[in-house]
Ligand binder design. Sequence first.
Ligand SMILES: [Zn+2]
Length: 163
Amino acid sequence: MHAGAVTIYVHEPVLERILAYSEQELRRELGGFLIGGLHEDGGNYVEIQHYLPAVDARSQVASLTFTHETWSRLRQQVETEFAGQLVLGWHHTHPDLGVFLSGYDLFIHRHFFPHFWQIALVLDPVRREFAFFQWRADEIVDCGFVCVAVEPGLRTIESNSTG
Ligand SMILES: [Zn+2]
């Protein structure tokens, strides 16, 4: 466990939704946003509770562009539907390219997700691989996560790997 690094908790139904959404399109990149809470008791952790697809992002074979409309719609949706929650980070797909952050992805992360707790999820729906990335000082590195089952009245940590 790296000092200062946030632990990532993701609700299992949210992760399943992202996987299903990503597999709808195997030729172009898709993306969206990770919504939830930041907690600071006993070390920092983020809890991904919702996913918002970036439906009006411009999608190409190997790049995804978040437009002005994407950002304004995101702000509006968070205010109205997820009041009090934060944009924890972003998700996008790399169909059959593998899981990594390209130079352009790093640019997006540095400019739009600069907070130490903001994260990226990259998913290859063809190879069926994915990874989370987070800030470690000035670097953006891949990291582990914890998948949390959310049944009513039940919260069980199913798998645990923190980089
Ligand atoms: Zn990318």
